[in-house]
Design a protein around this ligand. Structure first.
Ligand SMILES: Nc1ncnc2c1ncn2[C@@H]1O[C@H](COP(=O)(O)OP(=O)(O)O)[C@@H](O)[C@H]1O
Ligand SMILES: [Mg+2]
Length: 425
């Protein structure tokens, strides 16, 4: 997903964004700036802090996920991108356009051409056929009928709805209706796709099919997608980067791996603890640097290098290429055996010490890692040695998950409020 070359250039920037809901936001902002929490501001002046001092940038071509519990400010945030909501304070840039400076006509043009939205409850027009729903964005752009019908049909085919063009939305299943919603959003050719809990209303199986389809489409289209979800599994599956909101605050942003391995606080930890790390993390994120590289050409030289290392195994590198695993024992044996003269003969069988790939999921390499007394060599796509993965590494990352899971599973039921000791203030 993230590996097309234009992914690191910021397309959207949000600077010091605040949103306070209520009749006198200026007054409430004084409390917010004085450091009062969302609940304190609400108690003191009846205003709701939607977002507080949000700073982030979204790169061209990435899927940027905004995640958080219900009420944390996700929809408030996404509606700022096309100014469906006016911020109380702060700046929003798309490319170098200051969205806050757009006049009415320019804003309308911006909404029609630059961004399109996919809604949780599809937002289809019930009295229009499927194809007319998909073509609607082009219709308001003023594209003529035959042209927009043609494009709409193409997008319907792309999302797998060939033959449904003359049906009405209520004749379609939920998953099919959301495919119409997706086709409609794609039909305008807008560069930015805003998806607010777009898959949350779908059954798990349909939902996972839609996730696959979105990932597939993105590989061809390279849109910039802002995707809101309250579901971490979904976020991890499709996000290049994830931002986590809590009570209007941005508590963490990072790649899926960064968030899984270093949750910023208990709130994020709560999301993360039920994730199957083995299925979400790659070897690269948990491997260690190789402890001992042997760069010798002869058995004797290799033995010398090995003795200088505190390990009794090493990874043989010749001409910059990874050759295999050797051990102190295999070297000494080769040294004793008069019929053996080549260093290559001291290299262990690939079956006994297989190289694993940086990109592999932990889940896929558990058996060979557990079976091997020696940490396994980790190589990249070019066959270069990048690290080693030991049983102990593996146990560490999996045990962390297990401990967190147990904390939850084995927890005593909480006493009813009246049984709790009175708080001392
Ligand atoms: N129009 C509004 N008026 C008053 N409060 C609002 C309005 N829209 C959202 N809020 C409040 O702002 C907070 C964030 O809401 P929202 O962005 O809808 O959360 P999410 O999408 O994460 O569930 C909530 O406390 C919500 O009650
Ligand atoms: Mg919402």
């Amino acid at each position: 997903m993230a590996d097309n070359e234009n992914t690191s250039e910021p397309l959207i920037r949000i600077e010091n964004l605040y949103k306070v809901f209520g009749s006198n936001p200026a007054n409430a902002m004084k409390l917010v700036r004085a450091g009062k929490s969302k609940s304190e501001v609400l108690a003191e002046c009846g205003h709701t802090v939607g977002l507080k001092d949000i700073n982030l940038s979204i790169n061209r071509g990435e899927i940027f996920v905004i995640m958080g519990l219900s009420g944390s400010g996700k929809s408030t945030m996404i509606r700022h991108f096309n100014r469906l909501i006016e911020p109380t304070e702060g700046r929003i840039f798309v490319e170098d356009v200051d969205v806050m400076q757009l006049d009415k006509a320019a804003l309308q043009d911006f909404r029609r051409h630059k961004m399109s939205m996919v809604f949780q409850h599809f937002g289809l027009m019930p009295h229009r056929t499927v194809v007319d729903n998909v073509a609607y964005g082009l219709q308001i752009q003023g594209v003529d009928k035959s042209e927009r019908q043609k494009k709409a049909l193409e997008w319907l085919n792309t999302v797998g709805l060939e033959g449904y063009e003359n049906q009405y939305p209520n004749q379609l299943s939920g998953g099919q209706q959301q495919r119409v919603g997706l086709a409609r959003a794609l039909c305008t050719d807008a560069e930015i796709l805003l998806m607010d809990e777009a898959f949350s209303a779908l059954d798990p199986l349909i939902r996972s099919g839609m996730q696959d389809q979105l990932i597939d489409l993105q590989q061809k289209l390279h849109k910039t997608i802002i995707f809101i979800t309250h579901d971490l599994d979904e976020a991890l599956r499709i996000g290049d980067r994830i931002a986590i909101l809590r009570d209007g605050l941005l508590v963490q942003q990072g790649t899926p791996d960064e968030i899984l391995l270093n949750p910023a606080d208990d709130y994020v930890e709560d999301f993360v603890k039920d994730v199957n790390r083995a299925r979400a993390l790659t070897v690269e994120t948990v491997m260690h640097p190789p402890a001992c590289r042997i760069t010798a050409d002869t058995i004797e030289e290799a033995l010398k290098q090995m003795r200088r290392s505190k390990e009794d195994y090493g990874y043989l590198i010749q001409d910059d290429q990874y050759q295999g695993v050797i051990t102190q024992e295999s070297l000494e044996e080769a040294n004793r055996d008069d019929s053996v003269s080549e260093l290559s003969e001291a290299v262990l069988d690939e079956a006994d010490a297989p190289a694993i790939q940086t990109e592999a999921l932990i889940e896929a390499v558990i058996p060979e890692t557990l079976n091997s007394d020696i940490p396994l060599p980790v190589v990249d796509a070019d066959g270069q040695l990048q690290g080693e993965l030991s049983r102990e590494n593996l146990a560490e990352v999996l045990a962390e998950h297990h401990a967190a899971g147990q904390k939850d599973d084995g927890e005593e039921p909480k006493p009813e409020p009246e049984e709790q000791p009175a708080k001392v203030s």
